[in-house]
Design a protein around this ligand. Structure first.
Ligand code: AMP
Length: 553
């Protein structure tokens, strides 16, 4: 049996109804705040994340699914090189192993249609008169059934359509592939095709690609690539899967889903303003309330600007120097690379030490402090509750100033539903123009886990189950179903081979409200037996009134 890979899961009905409910609500909220959807690829060049997330973050250093893209094959170079070596300098004589004639263009064009580049060996004595040894040569990146089949097809076309030229000659077939691909695969029958491995490198250097572990970098990449600021677009959201090679546990998966939002733009668009931070936080509170999450906590901090952090890191190193050897290995590494990240540590034994460390708030410069105060001011005005958590830092390099997390008690150890913050330097780090931004990523899996609502409460059950009764009734049932569905009713259908009892059982099992019987008598009368399953009440309803009757509940 083949199971889903470790850390991934299938989202099945009825849970998918809950996911759709969440996504629909989220889209409504985004619309009210004038955010627009953006869909970026689920894989990007590895460099984007190395630069955009940070080389020494856990995500980039340990958790990415990275591969080297199937190397690109340079067919033209292989053909040119092969011809250079094999072309005869005397076009009138057949020389062993040399190509005298590349071919009559019209024949070659015809042969090319079968899917391979071909040349043939032989000699053209006069126009249209060929002699010598004939060989069709095709080129490929590797030995494949397709290339073999195409060669054979080329030979049969030549034999039948150009029998005048080729009829009396044997045509040998040859497939030229780069040396390194010349080993035959056991599942490709090469039969009478000669395989030639040709020395040289015909693969251009490969590109390193990575399944996206988060989407801020991707969205900012798209913002830069399409110059979205020129179109006045600066509020984006996206919903989709992310991938991190973490140790799976409840609420932590290797493929998980995020709902992302980013506000980004030139400073002149107000993207730096604390008003944007407050708007994003207020949006989040609205969003969580709207999907029915109660009891969330907004934790808020300012992580300052890079200059503040340099000072802070110095202070941290000083405080840590006497104790760092007692800490976990990750913290010892962080101590050297980026002490700020020690606050990300979840190891229980390290927590007493972490509690004694200085916090960033003491190191904020005037600008960052004012900005933070302004954010809190607006939150107070719109009555969004928050708690300040001076030890909240974000794992990603590009965060500045506001950093936040929404947590939920029901989630256990992985209690963060979402996190986000301001990233004023990211666009420049990715080679774009200055474009301050702020954004967040909601873990959709965790959002759904902490929902009080159940799938049962949001799923729409069939309004009516149609039971065709007897031969020829599928056709009639299909007509009725089509009419009813036009009225936006949810309709399901049985089969004319079912006995009535079986149809009833099916209708009850799927939770249909009504069952409608479509039999010969009903069709003749153009009125149908409609039974309300909960009450057992049954009425006969003319076709024209059916939809209204079912809609009435
Ligand atoms: P981050 O991009 O690390 O700030 O994560 C943002 C949110 O995504 C977190 O608050 C979680 O809710 C969610 N998240 C992160 N990693 C995972 C994971 N491996 N499985 C499920 N949800 C995750």
């Amino acid at each position: 049996m083949i199971n889903s890979p470790r850390g991934t899961r299938d989202l099945l009905p009825p849970d998918t109804a809950l996911w759709n409910f969440v996504e629909a609500a989220v889209r409504d909220v985004f619309r009210a705040y004038n955010f627009h959807e953006i869909r970026t690829p689920i894989f990007e060049s590895t460099e984007l994340f190395a630069r955009g997330v940070g080389e020494e973050t856990d995500i980039v250093s340990k958790e990415m699914f990275t591969w080297s893209d199937g190397e690109r094959f340079n067919e033209k170079r292989l053909i040119d090189e092969w011809l250079r070596v094999n072309l005869s300098d005397d076009p009138h004589h057949v020389q062993a192993g040399r190509v005298n004639v590349q071919g009559n263009p019209s024949i070659l064009a015809k042969l090319k249609e079968v899917g391979v580049q071909l040349v043939w060996r032989g000699i053209q004595v006069r126009p249209n008169l060929l002699s010598g040894r004939f060989e069709f040569v095709a080129f490929g990146s590797r030995i494949s059934s397709d290339a073999i089949t195409a060669l054979k097809k080329a030979r049969s076309i030549a034999k039948s359509e150009y029998s005048h030229e080729f009829g009396n000659h044997a045509i040998l077939l040859r497939l030229v592939v780069p040396d390194e691909s010349a080993k035959t695969s056991p599942w490709v029958a090469t039969e009478d095709v000669e395989i030639e491995g040709f020395a040289g490198n015909y693969f251009s250097s490969s590109q390193s690609l990575t399944l996206r572990p988060e989407n801020t970098a991707g969205i900012v990449r798209a913002y830069i690539e399409h110059k979205l600021w020129e179109r006045g677009l600066n509020k984006f959201f996206s919903i989709g899967p992310m991938f991190r090679r973490e140790r799976p546990q409840k609420g932590r998966y290797r493929q998980f889903y995020q709902i992302d939002a980013e506000v980004i733009g030139p400073a002149a668009s107000g993207s730096q303003s604390p008003a944007r931070d407050a708007e994003i936080l207020e949006l989040l509170a609205t969003l969580l309330d709207r999907v029915g999450i109660t009891g969330w906590t907004l934790e808020l901090n300012s992580v300052g600007c890079p200059a503040d952090r340099t000072k802070f890191n110095q202070a941290l190193r000083k405080a840590l120097a006497p104790v760092v050897e007692k800490m976990c290995l990750d913290c010892q590494r962080r101590y050297v690379t980026n002490p700020l990240r020690i606050f990300d540590c979840k190891v229980p034994e390290d927590q007493p030490i972490i509690k004694t460390l200085p916090t960033i708030s003491q190191f904020l410069d005037e600008d960052c402090r004012t900005h933070f105060e302004a954010v809190k001011n607006i939150l107070n005005a719109v009555q969004i509750p928050y708690v300040e958590n001076p030890r909240l830092v974000r794992g990603l390099d590009y965060y500045q100033k506001t950093a936040f997390e929404f947590t939920h008690g029901a989630l256990g150890a992985q209690n963060a539903i979402l996190g986000g913050g301001r990233y004023d330097g990211l666009s420049e780090a990715l080679g774009g123009p200055a474009a301050p931004g702020i954004g967040f990523a909601i873990g959709e899996d965790r959002l759904v886990l902490s929902l009080a609502a159940t799938a049962e409460s949001v799923i729409r059950k069939p309004d009516v189950y149609i039971a065709p009764l007897g031969a020829g009734m599928n056709r009639e049932a299909a007509r009725v179903a089509r009419e009813l569905r036009r009225h936006d009713l949810v309709v399901d259908l049985g089969d004319e081979s079912f006995r009535l009892k079986k149809s009833f059982e099916a209708a009850v099992k799927m939770g249909a409200r009504y069952i409608l019987i479509v039999g010969g008598n009903e069709v003749a009368a153009d009125a149908f037996a409609l039974k309300h399953l909960a009450s057992g009440e049954q009425v006969t309803v003319p076709r024209a009134d059916l939809a209204q009757r079912i809609l009435r509940k």
